[in-house]
Design a protein around this ligand. Sequence first.
Ligand code: FE
Length: 167
Amino acid sequence: MDTMKRNLLLAGAASALAGLFGAVTRRADAVEKKAEVFEVTHTDDEWRKLLGPDRYQVLRHEGTERPFSSPLNDEHRAGTFVCAACRLELFSSRTKFDSGTGWPSFWQPLPNAVGERSDRMLGMLRTEVHCRRCGGHMGHVFNDGPKPTGLRYCMNGVSLEFVAGTA
Ligand code: FE
């Protein structure tokens, strides 16, 4: 085999290997995303129709509403904040506090209400918070909240709905 032929073969093998690794990496990504299965599911198209543009962008694509834009910032009655997509009860008014950030804030979710995962979007390591039942994005949780937990669940008001009643 002459040198040129051998080099061509090697180049071909290297490129095939690179292709294989690419496929494996992509497959791993897909599996990771699929691993999180929620009780309430819809296609992206169905969610868009169900939620309307603002809620769809935040709940399904981790958008962030403009600070001080949510009427829920000023909601101080007793009651429960439910997921705007599937209506699972997420936060009690008893754990709501004024963080001054312009987003509805809570120091604790209701039991078995939310899921959390690491989020490296925007170059920061943050903890993302979503509805346990439908996976709808709520916001993030930070360690600078008030007592008794020291946590600050910084939520998008558009992802929540308030139901007045016993908290
Ligand atoms: Fe939900």
